[in-house]
Design a protein around this ligand. Sequence first.
Ligand SMILES: [Zn+2]
Length: 237
Amino acid sequence: MPTKALQRLREEVLEANLELVRRGLVLYTFGNASGILRDEGLIVIKPSGVPYETMKPEHLVITDLEGKVLESTLRPSSDLSTHVALYQAFPTIGGVVHTHSEYATAWAQAGREIPCFGTTHADYFHGAVPVTEPMPGEEIEGDYEKNTGAAIIRRFRSLNPNAVPAVLVANHGPFTWGRDPSTAAHNAVVLESIARMAFFTVTINNEANAIGKTLHDRHYLRKHGSKAYYGQEKDAK
Ligand SMILES: [Zn+2]
């Protein structure tokens, strides 16, 4: 099974996990990043409870597309089932990240979506960053991590996960995703920044208005979609 693509994905997933540490999004062993090789039917995810300082590509856990562990002596992140649910529901994504980064988690705990107050938000998220409905007791007592995925998917029934690559799970914290693990981690970093700015915005003016649609669309669409023109040819970062 050790193909070149899998080895590359292990390194990418490790790097995405380490990026969360470098950017101050996680404490101790909190947080997790994963990636998927859809053609090969494999998911690579952070192991549970291994310190980031000693984590190596070979510590990452390989599972099939149902989340069944194929290769590892370590247990996968306990949030694996949420990642699996998102990969199954959102067929275009290639990486998922979960953190308890403070500002995004504060909005999640408040049960409030993050309105798009400015162009930094509009560059990345086409619309507010949504918050899920609180999960009913039987879903929490049941297959909790899988049901967390189901709560996110329910929230995205009328949303496009490619245009809004982030969600706040009520009373819990953010999940982000992207075309690959590094984009998912990048989106987690940007989400934390816009969550922080939005908090300051409503603190300064609790009647602040969300950005107008024209400015929002202008910023989002110059970086995304068929008429994108921001950045260099390949990468719009
Ligand atoms: Zn969590």
